[in-house]
Ligand binder design. Structure first.
Ligand code: HEM
Length: 273
């Protein structure tokens, strides 16, 4: 083999990858798991964003099969993200305490990719409108102003969301969406809309193919909500009612983020079907 041959190690940059886990404590055993699991999540967030990047054009092109394939993959990755919480729950509060002090003010609040995912799906909290009432901050404000990460979140909040793309998909199949919804200012949070719901109810009855896309979108919405629920229960069993390292009330704040769907119209129509 020549020096230039692509190998498992060179292609996947294994040496660099395995150099990225750098515990700060004095040999506390459980810190490695904490680092590895967070890094794994960030990689899955990266992959989900990559898939969503292909999903929106597929929806807007009216490509049902590709949209279903991409949504199915996103949902499956989300299931894995939820299941991984089981691993972290093998860490007891005392084990976490052994290195928690080293985390300083670092927090999941600073996961730019998580925020980007929320924004891509449709969340719009520019400033002062966050669910984080304890700090009154917008969703990008834990990220350094002007940093590439924050700029990505802000850019996502200023372009059409996955839900906007989904509405265009339904519309392109003849399920005419209200003009004010299609032409809305996409930088503003979407409000659930009875006119849209009326169309979606009919669509489900008469267009099962589009109905499958709607169900696959619901899967993704439920997947994110499921992750939030498992995360808050994991946090509760690990730190109880202590405040978070990011400055929030901790469990109280996280509980306030539960049961907020990203595709509210898809949930609203269930009782009419
Ligand atoms: C022992 C493990 C963990 C604990 C105790 C914990 C605790 C917390 C707390 C208290 C918050 C609220 C913000 C704050 O004040 O810091 C938070 C937010 C967050 N955490 Fe965790 N977390 C843990 C593991 C994880 C993991 C593995 C991930 C995966 C990436 C994660 C992602 C996030 C995200 C994205 C947020 C922001 C949620 C939102 O604002 O809706 N956390 N976490």
């Amino acid at each position: 083999m020549s020096d230039k041959a692509v190998t498992y190690i060179s292609y996947l940059k294994i040496d660099e990858l395995l150099d990225l886990q750098q515990p700060l404590s004095d040999g506390e055993h459980d810190e490695m798991l904490f680092i590895v699991i967070h890094q794994t999540y960030e990689l899955w967030f990266k992959q989900i964003l990559h898939e969503v990047g292909a999903l929106q054009p597929a929806l807007e092109a009216g490509d049902t099969h590709r949209s279903l394939a991409l949504l199915g993959r996103i949902r499956t990755i989300m299931k894995t993200c939820v299941a991984q919480i089981d691993i972290l729950e093998t860490m007891t509060p005392l084990q976490f305490n052994s290195f928690r002090g080293r985390l300083s003010s670092s927090s999941g609040f600073q996961s730019a990719q998580f925020r980007e995912l929320e924004a891509v799906l449709g969340r719009r909290d520019h400033a002062g409108a966050s669910a984080d009432k304890s700090s009154g901050m917008g969703m990008a404000e834990h990220l350094i102003e002007g940093s590439p990460a924050r700029l990505r979140v802000e850019a996502a909040m200023n372009r059409a969301s996955v839900w906007d793309s989904a509405l265009r998909y339904f519309d392109s199949r003849g399920w005419a969406m209200p003009a004010e919804v299609l032409g809305r200012d996409v930088s503003v949070g979407y409000q659930d809309h009875v006119g849209v719901q009326d169309v979606l109810v009919e669509m489900h009855r008469q267009d099962p193919e589009a109905g499958m896309v709607a169900e696959a979108l619901l899967d993704v919405d439920e997947g994110l909500q499921e992750w939030r629920y498992r995360h808050v229960k994991m946090v509760e069993r690990t730190i109880g009612r202590k405040p978070g390292t990011g400055g929030s009330a901790g469990v109280g704040y996280l509980a306030s983020t539960l049961f907020h769907p990203v595709f509210a119209d898809l949930w609203a129509i269930r009782s009419r079907l």
